[in-house]
Design a protein around this ligand. Sequence first.
Ligand code: UFG
Length: 332
Amino acid sequence: MRLLVTGGAGYVGSVCAARLVESGHEVVVLDDLSTGHADAVPDGARLVEAGIDDAIGGVLAEGVGGAGFDGVLHFAAKSLVGESMQDPAKYWQGNVVTSLRLLDAMREHGTPRLVFSSTAATYGEPERVPIAETAPTRPTNTYGATKLAIDHAITSYAAAHGLAAVSLRYFNVAGAYGRFGERHGVETHLIPIVLQVASGRRERVQVYGDDWPTQDGTCVRDYIHVVDLADAHLRALEHAAAGEHRIYNLGNGLGFSVKQVIDACREVTGHPIPADVAPRRAGDPAVLVAGSEKARTELGWKPERVDLTGIVRDAWNFTTDRDEETRAGRVW
Ligand code: UFG
């Protein structure tokens, strides 16, 4: 297929773009590089360095060699939960308004398929875990609210205009795929933060609360390997059906506590990784674990890289490879 990948220079977008290219698809990446990196765009994909707001009409009109795109994978987004509470306009504008622009441009140019990066944050504090797609959506932060608003818009565009759409609700994405991995300017995610301690970039890690109603008192999350996540996108593209908007949770279905994550990082890196207990972080639910039965049944998807140590090892290999390249002056 001829595919447009928005945000394909970011963490999840670049891994997906790499897997799409390897699977024989023709890939154009549209990314303004506000948080992504040009060198994260895989060989074989063409980078258009621009924002959706400015460029989407022209990019869809041009397609690949004049032929229109068969689909769009829409990763480009603002995705810091804390920032979304302090600067909501950036999220309503940057996520919702921009996604509406994309939907309208796709309609205008007759682009038939969309795979959208939604999030577990659309559910908010769960009543029940594992969380099914039928669970109530009551986001507790602006980031989740904007992603939910886009999901609603996609539902009505699919019904009214025949778009074939799939939203994938990611739980905690982790790991790396060779030279494609997580490198955010502002790092807020647990695994990369813990690995920063092991690589000497940070002194200690803070554990946000050890008095949660969980087995060891720390929060439990569902860590899904980024390659498993990317593979679900390929399946979603194949299964998207005209006029339908399907929504799938993507997680391992396994929960790991913050303490277990830190222990896995200690095991993989051989570093003691000093940790302190800090106050709870506002807005954190105690346990978030995905029920991914629907993706398994309908997409034929199954996470293959469910072992926490393996997930951490891939992230660590990415970190150390990059450090070596940086020291050798060959930064990529
Ligand atoms: N944590 C710490 N110390 C840190 C960083 C995180 O103890 O320095 C804890 C958090 O409190 C949480 C767990 O580690 O319990 C995981 O935190 P992350 O920030 O890595 O991930 P979240 O579960 O908060 O967020 C993820 C995604 C969001 C998404 C959310 C859905 O990163 O984009 O799941 O609920 F919105």
